[in-house]
Design a binder for this molecule. Sequence first.
Ligand SMILES: Cc1ncc(C[n+]2csc(CCOP(=O)(O)OP(=O)(O)O)c2C)c(N)n1
Length: 662
Amino acid sequence: MRTTAKSSSSSPAPRRPSAAPVLERVRSPEDLAGLGTAELAELAAQIRGFLIEKVCATGGHLGVNLGVVELTIALHRAFRSPRDALLFDTGHQSYVHKILTGRAAGFDTLRTSGGLSGYPCRAESEHDWIENSHASTALSYADGLAKAFQLRGELTDGSEDPAGRHVVPVIGDGAMTGGLAWEGLNNLAGATDRPVVIVLNDNGRAYAPTIGGIATHLGGLRSEPRAQHLFGELGLAYLGPVDGHDIAATEQALRAAAALGRPALVHVITTKGHGFSPAECDEADRMHAVGVVDPRTGIPTKAPKKSWTEVFGEQMAAIGEQRPDVVGVSAAMVLPVGLGEFARRFPERVFDVGIAEQHAVCSSAGLAAGGLHPVVCVYSTFLNRAFDQVVMDVALHKAGVTFVLDRAGVTGPDGASHHGMWDSAILSVVPGLRLAAPRDPARLAELLREAVAVDDAPTVIRFPKADAGPDIEAHARMNGVDILYRAVGRPLDVLIVAAGVTAKACLAAAEELDRLGIGATVVDPRWILPVNPHLTHLADRHRLVVTVEDGVRSAGMGTALAQACADARSTTPVRVMGLPREFLAAGARQEILESSGLGVRDIVTTATDGLRAGPHIPIPDLPDLPEITEIPDLPEITEITEIPPIVSKANGSAKRADRRAL
Ligand SMILES: Cc1ncc(C[n+]2csc(CCOP(=O)(O)OP(=O)(O)O)c2C)c(N)n1
């Protein structure tokens, strides 16, 4: 705890007047120490103006950060970061912390490739102890840090001894609905000799108003503070509620909690979007996070195109009309996952369970056991948490539960934690589970209907954070596999298996290969897991298979197909293209896909390399290909119903010449 800083309620030390805005003078938390009440208020106003200007220009978490300006100033006055560990949960409300720790200049590059991260980031600053953005983790981190500091003899005992270190998790009321938070709280509350100061930032909302008994309890404490409450019963000291927009009062409460020498919770009341009327008036989520918007009105500067989320939302609402047993389940994200229209039409059939993915999945197994068909709508990256529930509570129970994974594949500006790149890898090992990747809106409509028709196993639909784009029609469907392209009059050189939205790049690559005299077939299996047995049959009739998916390549569709081909004794080599097993940084989605080796040219090169590596097949050298920066619109494709026979090879190792149709 800072012992030198005076509370802003005491008279400020006389300072020489300075023309520079206060914000420019604050380069580190130490610079806050000498500021008096008026200057602190000025600083808060300047930070708010700065956030509105910068975040409206780049996009990012606006409403949440406008709500914690004064709270963060108070935190940095009461504690000595980085010696004391400030931990923000979920992490998206760390912009003010970044400004106060010398990172204001980076805001022009917020959430861009190589720019300032939208979450805490250890590479950026010693003030960032953790780099979290999945909710409800901070209390567990705090528990671990406090135990480590205690064992090393560094943890504070609540005295003013400057050697003692504080651990201060700052957690939202939404994040408090996650089970992990309560596991952490259980440990913190029981450790009376480890005086962690928990700051509960209660703005009454996750995106929408926070649901459940805890939210009701907090609401009760807000409107009528009382001595008996949940936190006290658990053994924590409780301070508050305190107005989180009053710097002096908040700082005072934090100092008081830190001086207790026992675990304490400071209940801070804030308003999401505080001080920016477009955010304060935004019914949906108080402008929680925005794209590029007009800083005066908060209205997007570009008219958005129809997204995958919207297409899903329309289809889900239409299915709801026909299937009264279909219900929607969301982990505090009813609107972001596209359940808005379904909720409007069937309010009693949507369950917001809080930021509780594990519970969402297990509770859905219960809904299925009770005769309903739940559609669990979560972002791909957040399903990671509920893997055990998918396996044990849904798959093992043969429960008809459909998972709709938005933000699958590369997401973009949110960076490593938000790319939905693990779902097909982890789900590939779940017995009985079927996973579909629609390539276009028509396939999403079709696959969603197929998925909710399965009542004895988990089904999954995955799609990215992107514009949905136009439909890509197939020439034919063979045993459930869509044939998207077949080079007329060319041999069956390479079979390109496209997962979902990679179809467009695969088709462009097939065109390029055709120009090189290489015969490509492009297929979309639609259901990418388990492997459609017809694919191994198709693989056997080509010289090379290239699989393309926007999930991690070490497991998933391609790996499963390679295994299936080996099991079927196919000798055709399989080249698997997908995302590397790395944490991918923030950036524009297309840029990341290309830098990860999923561009059109990468597919062409993989095919030509693979064919060249095959036995004695003459492959022409690649001419210098023109640089492809955008995927070109696809030319008209000639209708075919049969694959032409393969051209006979002079050497004996080539495939049979008397081909049947595929
Ligand atoms: C495990 C997980 N699920 C979902 C989300 C998506 N999400 C981001 S912020 C948020 C709401 C957080 O509410 P709260 O903790 O109250 O913080 P506030 O935004 O109100 O500051 C949600 C659901 C997430 N980050 N992590």
